[in-house]
Design a binder for this molecule. Structure first.
Ligand code: KG4
Ligand code: ZN
Length: 345
């Protein structure tokens, strides 16, 4: 059972082929990615119309590349999967349109996949895959959620951000420090040479007693500090502010994840989404986990940010779990806003 997966929800065009035969974790046969970061950087963020147009240019060559890598042809593909949402409407429509036309031409079934389900199952492709049940910390540019996951298709929302996402907090703070888009990795790098205690920044909702997050106040605090430092900013102070910002975001993510584990009584944590690539977050979660007997699982570094592998994987795992009846209907819609709870079986 070969599943071709297409991701186009934001600024990465990703394509992958997995083999979901049998009941084992689907095997990743090949994947290819084109990141639009360079194109959007000039604008300081993703320009939706440019994103859609670039997906159109990239998707077919990427499909050829993946099939070439796997030494397979289109005729070998059994199911075509695509990201149905959430994401940018125009960008999603490109992946959905290409997937449905391709499947129609091949006479094969097509399947729309939830982007966040892809992220949270992505650690199953790592060399240290998790076992159910686990708590998932989903931290991307658009989402910050804690979920209880008992099996494929069973997602219980435990808490989420009431305003900005963790990735957004990284990106907006980075912008205030004059760093390019997407700011998360740049801010982390700048912070390496800084003192994380130099600035006292807020840890919103840290002691709220629930599992919700709030990051919009942090950005305001960073803005206030940045203004005080003036322009041009002293280089050491800039690094200190980057380190302090990262420490504030990471501390909240770590403490709330531990609280979720405590509340559910689970001992496995899965971290997924772009911010899951953050080294300080990994270091602190690993250290806390080692102390408390908690196993922490991550996607491979290159599968933390958006990619086609997680979409093909999620489609394959849903098929294996019997959650999908394969359709040969090729009308489609996309769901720019789509909660994971809506697909909970
Ligand atoms: O999952 P993703 O690729 O796209 C969304 O679905 O949003 O996540 C992108 C986010 C961006 O906000 C980016 O700044 C952040 O992940 N990110 C990081 C790191 N690498 C990516 N944030 C902090 N540290 C990193 N190393
Ligand atoms: Zn994503």
């Amino acid at each position: 059972m070969l599943v071709l997966g297409i991701e186009s929800s934001c600024d990465e065009t990703g394509v992958a082929l997995v083999d979901a035969s049998g009941q084992g974790v689907p095997a990743l046969l090949a994947h290819a990615l084109h990141s639009q970061i360079d194109m959007h950087q000039a604008y300081g963020g993703v320009v939706p119309e440019l994103a859609s147009r670039d997906h159109i240019r990239r998707v077919l060559p990427l499909i050829s590349e993946v099939l070439g890598q796997a030494q397979r042809s289109l005729a070998d593909v059994d199911v075509v999967a695509y990201t149905r949402g959430p994401g940018l409407a125009g960008a999603l429509l490109v992946g959905a349109g290409v997937a449905c036309s391709l499947a129609a031409a091949l006479g094969k079934p097509v399947m729309g996949v939830h982007h966040l389900e892809g992220h949270l199952l992505s650690p199953f492709l790592s060399s240290d895959p998790p076992q159910f049940s686990f708590v998932a910390l989903l931290v991307s540019g658009g989402h910050t959620q804690l979920m209880r996951v008992d099996r494929v298709g069973s997602y219980e929302l435990l808490g989420e951000t009431i305003d900005d996402a963790a990735g957004e907090a990284f990106d907006k703070s980075a912008k205030l420090l004059g760093l390019p888009y997407p700011g998360g990795p740049h801010l982390a790098k700048l912070g390496q040479g800084g003192n994380a205690q130099a600035f006292k920044l807020p840890r919103p909702l840290l002691h709220s007693g629930d599992l919700d997050f709030s990051f919009s106040g942090l950005k305001t605090a960073v803005l206030t500090q940045a203004k005080k430092l003036g322009d041009p900013m002293d280089e050491q102070a800039r690094a200190d502010l980057a380190a302090s910002t990262q420490a504030a975001i990471v501390e909240v993510l770590v403490k709330k994840s531990l609280k979720a584990l405590e509340q559910t009584g689970l001992t496995r944590l899965v971290v997924a989404g772009g911010v899951g690539a953050n080294a300080l977050l990994r270091e602190q979660l690993n250290a806390a986990g080692a102390k408390k007997g908690i196993r922490v699982h991550y996607p491979e570094m290159h599968l933390c940010t958006d990619n086609g592998a997680m979409i093909a994987l999620a489609a394959g795992m849903r098929l294996q779990a019997g959650l999908e009846s394969l359709q040969r209907g090729y009308t489609f819609d996309v769901k720019p806003r789509w909660g994971l709870a809506e697909i909970t079986a």
